[in-house]
Write a protein that binds this ligand. Structure first.
Ligand code: FAD
Length: 423
């Protein structure tokens, strides 16, 4: 039977279908089942291994092993959830259904969409051919993060380039983190004077929330990083070890420059997954079109979105997904019960900026760049680099991730109900 002719099940196959078993999808499924253990929840996810992507920055700096950032999905599936090992190939919101790549059709009462985003390596000419060779690496892939660390250790002199594409990207601080941790290693080994580090970002500013820029600029200066704003990587010639950038100047005129390199750390351009962008779920830019407060789809009241795939303006981080998952769970259950969504999301996201080994500037902010620190300043001052924030990132956050977030334990992220007037 061809996928397009697969019959539609008469009754919903599940109360809730969660698309994506990444950080956001698993957390949402766990939060749903914690609240209502008997609910029939299916998680559609093709991959066997689950990634803790926030750890990859530390893999690229030799602090974590790759193995510490990946676990078999089977052991992480929330109790009571059914894992459907397939990909959604089409969203059919008018029929409350999804079509899978194996031809199955599933139907739901509520859909929770969390398929993440797409890393668009091909958007940079020549990049796919040289990735993982010729000194070209990226912490955005589990298999390449160890190569970053290899390159950092072996580079004794020369030029190291670090690039950041146009927004939106997941963990907007990750390209900088790679640069700072590499420079810190070279500084500690007395090599920094022999290595020219350049940071090229397509953005007009170093970091989107101005509050954190002074602390970061201090490290740019300390390491002597040549900061290039509005400079976008467009091509890589791996064999010749040359990278080409499109640079926009103050008069908005654009020119191309080519830089030789010994090491190139690339953060790839990022887009919505094709299956979302080509679906009725998409907004104009291709992301899932959710109400930024309730995370409910703006056109389909029984669909929610969370994680990197949504079009809301929050920072795309696992920290955001941790906050969003309980909100989606509450609101999805409300819809299943014939009520309106009860909880709102403030846009919280967090970016632990690893400015040196052992110290982090912990950026925590919500919609519009509003500062949303979790801890009182006396305990953890997010305005400056601290060793406590490093301990949080290295030890506490991975524990919270595996044992809290993915298990539906909502430490510090209990949802906030809507004001009564909005109910
Ligand atoms: P993912 O975790 O990527 O999961 C999406 C899942 O959907 C995947 O498992 C995928 O296989 C599945 N999927 C895709 N398409 C389909 C389909 N058609 N059908 C079914 N399933 C599908 N965040 C922080 O909070 N702090 C940090 O310090 C931090 N650092 C980072 C550093 C790096 C280098 C990177 C790459 C990310 C970092 N992040 C950080 C970001 C964080 O990891 C992501 O924001 C988070 O993983 C998003 O969760 P998600 O579930 O939306 O996407």
């Amino acid at each position: 039977m061809s996928p397009t002719t697969a019959p539609l099940p008469l009754a919903p196959t599940h109360d809730v279908i969660v698309v994506g078993g990444g950080s956001a999808g698993l957390a949402a499924a766990a939060s749903l089942l914690r609240r209502r253990p008997g609910l029939s929840v299916a998680v559609v996810e093709p991959k066997d291994l689950h990634d803790y992507q926030p750890g990859w920055t530390l893999v690229g700096a030799g602090v974590f092993s790759r193995a510490a950032t990946q676990r078999p999905l089977r052991g992480l599936m929330p109790r009571g959830a059914t894992w459907i090992r397939a990909s959604v190939s089409r969203f059919e919101p008018e029929r409350d259904g999804v079509l899978l790549d194996d031809g199955q059709r599933l139907t739901y009462r509520v859909l929770v969409a969390a398929p993440g985003l797409r890393l668009d390596w091909r958007a940079v000419e020549g990049l796919p051919q040289t990735l993982g060779r010729n000194g070209v690496t990226s912490n955005y892939l589990a298999e390449l993060a160890p190569y970053t660390w290899e390159l950092v250790q072996s580079l004794k002199h020369g030029r190291a380039l670090f690039t950041q594409p146009p927004m939106p990207i997941k963990c907007a601080g990750a390209p900088q983190k790679a640069a700072y941790l590499s420079c810190d290693h070279w500084r500690r080994h007395g090599r920094l004077n022999a290595i020219n580090a350049e940071f090229h970002t397509a953005a007009p500013v170093l970091f989107g929330v101005p509050h954190y820029v002074p602390a970061l600029m201090a490290y740019v200066q300390r390491y002597g990083v040549d900061l290039n704003l509005k400079s976008r990587l467009i091509a890589v010639d791996g064999d010749r070890r040359q990278a080409t950038f499109e640079v926009t100047d103050a008069e908005e005129s654009v020119r191309r420059i080519t830089r030789p390199f010994d090491m190139l750390h690339v953060c790839p351009p990022q887009t919505a997954p094709e299956v979302v962008a080509s679906s009725p779920l998409a907004d104009q830019a291709g992301w899932i079109d959710v109400d930024p407060d309730t995370l409910r789809h703006v056109r389909y009241p029984n669909i929610f979105g969370l994680g990197d795939a949504i079009g809301a303006s929050n920072a795309k981080t696992a920290a955001a997904a941790r906050k969003q998952a309980p909100i989606v769970a509450e609101n999805a259950l409300a819809v299943l019960d014939g009520q309106e969504p009860r909880c709102i999301y403030d846009g919280y996201g967090s970016c632990p900026l690893t400015v040196e080994r052992g110290k982090i500037v912990l950026a925590e902010f919500g919609y519009g760049g509003k500062l949303l620190p979790t801890f009182p300043r006396a305990l953890l001052d997010g305005d400056r680099p601290t060793a406590r924030a490093w301990l949080l990132k290295e030890g506490v956050l991975p524990f919270i991730y595996w044992n809290g977030m993915l298990k539906g334990r909502e430490w510090l992220v209990r949802p906030r109900p809507l004001p009564l007037a909005r109910r």
